[in-house]
Design a protein around this ligand. Structure first.
Ligand SMILES: Cc1cc2nc3c(=O)[nH]c(=O)nc-3n(C[C@H](O)[C@H](O)[C@H](O)COP(=O)(O)O)c2cc1C
Length: 432
C-alpha cells in the first residue's frame, strides 16, 4: 500500500538492552560504557535508515535499577563521538530542565549540531524521580512546578539558539571583519527562574535550531510538548488509548498556532520476533525467565512513585494515585492492569520487559501489520524501537521488519536529506 505519509523511526539505545535482562542473552552486548557498542548500534540504525538514535539519561546511580540506568556514560559526550562515525542518523540525548542551566544545554546541543552537520536533538525532561537532588545539593521540585521551570527553560534555550543570524560570521579577509556585530543579538532574558543575557558563543546551527524531543504525558507535559516539541515519545499499551492520546496532543497544537504535521508522535515498542508466533513467544518467555522481584520491583516502584515491595506480589494491582514522578507511565500501566485484571506480579513482569512500554511479539509480517495499522489509524507517526538486546534484536528488526514496511511504501528506502530536520520533513526554522 503506497502512501505519501511515511513512518519515522527512532531507536532507544541502552547498551545492555531495553529488557532488564537483555544482556543475559548469549551474544548480547553487556555494557553501556563502550564506544564500540554504541558505534555498532549506530551502524545498524543507518542500515535501517532510522531517523534518530536516542540516548536517555539520569543523574543518579542505584545498583538495584536497570543496569544501563545505573552505569552509563554522559550521553552528549557519547553522541559527539558518534557524530564522527555516522553520516545520517539523528543523534538525540536527554538533558534535564530541573538540574541544568539553559546556557549549558543550549551550548552542548548547538555544539552537537555543528559536529554532526545538523543531526542533534535534545530530549527535554523534567527528571521524574527525586534521586538526582542529592547530587546537586537541591530539593526536588514537585511535578507541576518542574514543568513551570521547564516552560521557561525551553524558551531560554530556543532564544539562545536564535541569537545569531545565519550570516553573522562573515570571515572577510579583505576587510578584516570576522563577525558582523549587528547580526549577533543578546537574549536579555529575565524570568522567574533564569536570568540569561546571551548571546550564545556558537554561531547559528546547521538545523537553525536542534530538534526538541519530549516524553511527558501529564497535562503540563502535553502542554509543553504541544507548544515546543518536534518529536514526542509516547508510552502506549492499547490502540484505542494511543489514538486518543495522539489526537489530544495534535489538537492541542492549534492553541499555539502550530500545524499538526510539526510533531511526530513515536510510541515506544519492543518488538520480539520469531519465524512463528510461538517462536516469538518462546523468545519473550526466555527473556522473562530472568525477571525477578528484586530486579523489576525497583523499576516498578519508580514508575508508580511509591515503594511497591509493600504490596503482595500475587494480589491485585492496588489503586494508586498518579505519582509525583511520571503521570504518563503510571496512567498507561495502571489502565492496562485494570483492563487485563493483572496481579502485581504481572505488572512487574511488564516493567521488567520494557519498563512499561508496549511489547509486540510476533512474526515480521504480523509485527509489520500491527505497526502499519497503528500508523494508518493515526495512533503514531512512526515508532521508537526498544530492542530487548543489542545487537541481535535490533538486527532482526532492521533486517526482517524494515524491508516489509519499505515494500509497502510505508518507510523510506534511503535518506533523502542529511539533517534530522530533513528526515522528519521539517523546515529549517527562521530566527524568532
Ligand atoms: C521514551 C521515553 C524516554 C524518556 N527518557 C527519559 C530520560 O532519559 N530521562 C528522564 O529523566 N526521563 C525520561 N523520560 C521521562 C519523561 O520524559 C517525563 O519526564 C516523565 O515521564 C514525567 O512526565 P509526565 O508526568 O508528564 O508523564 C522518558 C520517557 C519516555 C516515554
Amino acid at each position: 500500500m503506497a502512501t505519501e505519509r511515511q513512518m519515522h523511526m527512532g531507536v532507544f539505545v541502552l547498551g545492555t538492552g531495553n529488557h532488564i535482562a537483555g544482556w543475559r542473552v548469549p551474544g548480547a552486548f553487556d555494557t553501556f560504557q563502550s564506544l564500540s557498542v554504541v558505534q555498532d548500534i549506530a551502524r545498524i540504525s543507518e542500515r535501517g535508515k532510522f531517523d534518530l538514535l536516542f540516548l536517555g539519561d539520569g543523574l543518579s546511580a542505584d545498583p538495584a535499577a536497570h543496569p544501563s540506568f545505573t552505569v552509563r556514560l554522559e550521553p552528549i559526550t557519547m553522541l559527539a563521538a558518534l557524530a564522527a562515525t555516522t553520516s545520517h542518523v539523528g543523534l538525540g540525548a536527554t538533558a534535564s530542565t530541573t538540574y541544568n542551566e539553559p546556557f549549558t544545554v543550549a551550548r552542548a546541543f548547538a555544539s552537537l549540531d555543528h559536529l554532526s552537520n545538523g543531526r542533534a536533538a535534545w530530549n527535554a525532561v523534567t527528571s521524574s524521580g527525586p534521586e538526582a537532588a542529592g547530587n546537586f545539593g537541591r530539593t526536588h521540585p514537585a511535578h507541576d512546578q518542574r514543568y513551570v521551570i521547564a516552560e521557561e527553560f525551553v524558551d531560554v534555550v530556543n532564544g539562545l539558539w536564535d541569537c545569531w543570524e545565519d550570516d553573522a560570521i562573515t570571515i572577510n579577509r579583505e576587510t578584516g571583519q570576522y563577525i558582523d556585530p549587528a547580526k549577533v543579538h543578546k537574549l536579555n532574558h529575565h524570568g522567574a527562574y533564569f536570568d540569561v543575557r546571551g548571546p550564545l558563543n556558537i554561531g547559528r546551527c546547521p538545523q537553525g535550531r536542534p530538534i526538541v524531543l519530549q516524553a511527558g504525558a501529564s497535562d503540563p507535559g502535553l502542554a509543553l510538548a504541544a507548544r515546543t516539541a518536534d518529536v514526542v515519545f509516547a508510552v502506549v499499551q492499547d490502540l484505542g488509548e494511543a489514538k486518543a492520546g495522539y489526537a489530544a496532543l495534535k489538537s492541542r497544537m492549534a492553541e499555539y498556532g502550530r500545524p499538526q504535521s510539526d510533531i511526530s508522535v513515536l510510541p515506544g515498542v519492543m518488538p520480539v520476533l520469531g519465524s512463528t508466533q510461538a517462536e516469538a513467544k518462546q523468545k519473550l518467555d526466555f527473556l522473562q525467565s530472568f525477571v525477578t522481584p528484586t530486579n523489576a520491583i525497583k523499576m516498578l516502584s519508580n514508575r508508580m512513585g511509591t515503594d511497591m515491595s509493600r504490596f503482595s506480589l500475587d494480589g491485585p494491582v492496588p489503586d494508586l494515585p498518579l505519582p509525583d514522578t511520571s503521570h504518563g507511565f503510571a496512567r498507561t500501566m495502571l489502565a492496562k492492569a485494570k483492563r487485563e485484571n493483572m496481579s502485581l506480579r504481572d505488572l512487574y513482569n511488564l516493567t521488567g520487559a520494557a519498563r512499561g512500554h508496549w511489547v509486540l511479539c510476533g512474526t515480521p509480517e504480523s509485527v509489520a501489520d500491527t505497526l502499519e495499522q497503528w500508523f494508518v489509524e493515526r495512533a503514531a507517526d512512526g515508532f521508537n524501537i526498544l530492542p530487548a538486546h543489542f545487537p541481535g534484536a535490533f538486527d532482526e528488526f532492521v533486517d526482517q521488519v524494515i524491508p516489509i514496511l519499505q515494500k509497502r511504501g510505508l518507510y523510506r528506502t534511503d535518506y533523502s536529506g542529511n539533517t534530522l530536520r530533513d528526515h522528519l520533513g521539517l523546515d529549517r526554522p527562521a530566527r524568532r
